[in-house]
Design a protein around this ligand. Structure first.
Ligand SMILES: CCCNc1ncnc2c1ncn2[C@@H]1O[C@H](/C=C/CNC(=O)c2cc(-c3ccc(F)cc3)cc(O)c2O)[C@@H](O)[C@H]1O
Ligand SMILES: [Mg+2]
Length: 214
């Protein structure tokens, strides 16, 4: 039977990365996607911006929407303090299965809670299910037309506090026009665009970092 691209990405990690070494896992995926098969990971260039936001915040509670193969999950988890809580939501069982193995190869399974399911179903349940009051950082990288509804849902569910940061991938390519319009015009957010490029290409893309003002 034909393998899928996520399965081939996982094989590249198992072949080229060192177990327990998150940086080697990140490098192996970037090499695979740059030289073998493109895949929709945030990538190395935007990944450095993600790293700087995570490092600067030293967050105690992080939410990722859209795990895919776990590339950004590993990038984030490797920088978190030991007792931080990190929830990543993935609703495709096939992708979730691959991501679990990528995260395990990096030796980060203790730092990440991969929850299989849709963001719309899980966001209202996170407080009671995981004992999390609010998130310090949310990384949005799932379906682009879900960024806005899920942001409004997080607000309604009281998951954001003064200073919470939303970091959104792909605000230019593929683009998230309704989300950008909302977040840049809302008095509840202070927003800044980090210009970069679509992963592994020269096409413009970027991350939007938005601070919730309460
Ligand atoms: C019920 C749907 C909303 N809730 C959801 N809850 C949980 N997980 C969800 C999810 N939506 C989607 N997902 C998962 O997130 C991932 C989806 C990511 C979508 N990302 C993109 O489309 C994307 C696409 C590109 C891209 C850019 C240019 C191009 F030519 C082709 C593709 C680049 C990126 O960086 C991207 O992030 C999958 O793993 C999917 O199963
Ligand atoms: Mg993306």
């Amino acid at each position: 039977t034909q393998s899928t691209r996520p399965q081939r990405l996982l094989s590249a990690v198992q072949k080229n990365a060192t177990r327990g070494d998150p940086c080697s896992v990140v490098r192996a995926i970037d090499d695979f996607c740059r030289h073998k098969e493109w895949a929709m990971n945030v990538g190395d260039e935007k990944g450095c911006i993600l790293d700087s936001v995570v490092s600067e915040m030293n967050p105690a509670a992080v939410l990722e929407l859209g795990t895919y193969c776990g590339y950004s999950t590993v990038r984030i988890a490797r920088l978190l303090p030991p007792d931080a809580k990190f929830i990543t939501l993935e609703f495709n069982p096939g992708f979730a299965a691959i991501a679990r193995q990528v995260i395990a190869w990096a030796g980060l399974e203790e730092k990440v809670q991969l929850v299989e399911g849709a963001s719309g179903d899980w966001i209202p349940k996170i407080k009671e299910q995981f004992g999390i009051k609010t998130f310090d950082l949310v990384f949005l990288d799932h379906w682009k037309d879900r960024y806005l509804p899920d942001t409004k849902l997080m607000e309604e569910c009281g998951l954001l506090r003064k200073g919470s940061v939303l970091l959104a991938d792909n605000v230019i390519c593929p683009g998230t026009p309704d989300y950008l319009e909302y977040i840049r015009s809302s008095p509840k957010y202070e927003s800044r665009y980090f210009k970069s490029h679509l992963e592994y290409t020269k096409v413009e893309d970027g991350l939007e970092k938005s601070i919730f003002l309460g």
